[in-house]
Design a protein around this ligand. Structure first.
Ligand SMILES: CC(C)(COP(=O)(O)OP(=O)(O)OC[C@H]1O[C@@H](n2cnc3c(N)ncnc32)[C@H](O)[C@@H]1OP(=O)(O)O)[C@@H](O)C(=O)NCCC(=O)NCCS
Length: 434
């Protein structure tokens, strides 16, 4: 990558960096991911997320590691309905396998050699008895013994640890008030923890790229889509992902991402690029158009300042924006950051209005954002009794022409605007009857 494209790429990630900072992500890594050749790169990427101010809670699985340990011990592993029946001997293997997997992850997170991506990361890994478990019990006449499920998550204790800046690492083992340990599914631990913490994201890292239908990777799904797909899905790993996403989203987690451990950098591209890399399940699926509020001033400034520097837009100070904020309409990404803005200034006679400061985030151009803003503002203007809109522009004439505006002259502007017309800037003037 040359320096320019590197700088461009870095700038394009900025809305995502701002949005993710301070948020809580639960990242679930299945046992295959921990055993994968890419695992150390995934750990570097997780360390990077942590250094960007994201609160990370890692939950690891260990099914292949447990299978291996059981095979080495020459004991029989039994399953019913794809769930392991954990007898006392198997539980011993579960503890050994998950313990050793956990130390492997902790040691990877502790790396810090100069010239390695982990240099300076200094991650503090925190663990504890955060999960209270209960036995799965007897189902279809089958006693699952030490196989359990999550009964309670000590969210307050986890929050306290995350607030200190540590990374919480959870293994799929929980303890009952009677002092017994239970073998849990890592998906259950991750989902229940994400729900209890009210996490912004649950990220499922497995070998699958995401949800595939008729050979196509589905980039984005609504919760009803997930429900439909999980009911017709015959593939066990896909069904597991769909069931986990459905459970998490229907209990308050707003985003579930599915990314592949086999694709280098999949986690970062999912979180920091528009295209993503896997499947995203969202509760609120669409961008929102809404009136701007005072808290949006910073976001609007970030969006319009580069355009002001290029003299495409007229300079507005923070103070001016603060007083004029009620004139602005915004398009907001489902993640909460600003995609576009536009302002409507009604004139003194209230029958004419000026459209100004129409801008779309450079990463999201050509997706109809400005068109939707204009339609919204036109409808708003009609409601206000405005019958004619005008706009002054230096570089976007054709865009307005294509929206039904026609060129007009300074003398046709409302009087209050004529006296302010900047002949040096020499903007072209367009108007549209509503
Ligand atoms: C003009 C602008 C707001 C369009 O935003 P957008 O969200 O990409 O717009 P839409 O997706 O609704 O429309 C895209 C279409 O407009 C075209 N378009 C974009 N800028 C244009 C311009 N300056 N002149 C002519 N057409 C333009 C695109 O080519 C695209 O058409 P296509 O799909 O046929 O190729 C955006 O380019 C921008 O922020 N420009 C800088 C600020 C500016 O000039 N504002 C207007 C002055 S108030």
């Amino acid at each position: 990558m040359n320096t320019n494209s590197y700088v461009d790429f870095f700038r394009q990630t900025s809305p995502y960096i701002h949005t993710h900072r301070g948020k809580t992500f639960v990242i679930a890594l299945d046992g295959d991911t921990v055993a994968h050749g890419n695992f150390h790169r995934i750990i570097h990427d997780i360390a990077l997320l942590q250094s960007l101010g994201i609160r990370i809670l890692l939950v690891h699985g260990g099914r292949p590691q447990i299978d291996q340990r059981i095979a080495q011990s020459n004991i029989e592993s039994t399953f019913h309905n794809q769930l392991r029946i954990t007898d006392a001997a198997a539980m011993h293997c579960v503890k050994e396998a998950l313990g050793s997997t956990r130390w492997q992850i902790e040691s990877e997170l502790s790396m810090g050699l100069p010239n390695s991506p982990m240099h300076g990361a200094q991650i503090r890994v925190i663990g504890g008895n955060f999960i209270t478990a209960k036995p799965l019990g007897v189902r279809d006449g089958v006693d699952y013994q030490h196989t359990g499920k999550v009964r309670r998550v000590d969210a307050a204790a986890i929050q306290q640890q995350l607030q200190t800046g540590g990374l919480v690492l959870m293994s799929p083992i929980g303890f009952s008030p009677t002092g017994e340990a239970f073998n849990l599914s890592y998906q259950d631990v991750a989902t229940e923890t994400a729900i209890a913490l009210n996490a912004e994201k649950l990220i499922l890292v497995t070998e699958a790229s995401g949800i595939v239908e008729n050979g196509d990777l589905l980039r984005s799904l609504s919760v009803p889509d997930v429900d439909r797909l999980r009911n017709q899905c015959a593939d066990a790993p896909q069904k597991m992902l769909l069931n986990t996403a459905y459970q998490a989203c229907s209990q308050g987690v707003t985003r579930v991402h599915m990314v592949s451990c086999a694709v280098d950098g999949a986690l970062l591209s999912e979180l920091f690029t528009r295209e993503g890399s896997g499947t995203l399940v969202m509760q609120d699926h669409s961008e929102v158009i809404r009136a701007a509020a005072i808290d949006d001033v910073g976001g609007i400034l970030d969006l319009i300042s580069p355009l002001e520097q290029q003299q495409i837009l007229v300079k507005r100070s923070r103070e001016l924006l603060e007083t004029e904020i009620s004139r602005f309409t915004l398009v907001v990404h489902p993640e909460g950051f600003l995609l576009g803005c536009a302002a409507l200034y009604p004139m003194a006679d209230k029958t004419e209005g000026e459209i100004a400061c129409v801008a779309t985030h450079p990463e999201f151009l050509g997706r109809g954002i400005a068109s939707r803003l204009l339609e919204h503002i036109e409808a708003e203007a009609v409601q206000m009794g405005i019958t004619k809109l005008f706009v002054l522009t230096t570089q976007t004439a054709h865009w307005f022409l294509e929206k039904g505006f026609v060129e007009t002259a300074v003398k046709d502007l409302p009087k209050q605007k004529q006296s302010l017309y900047n002949y040096q800037r020499n903007s072209r003037i367009f108007s549209k009857h509503l």
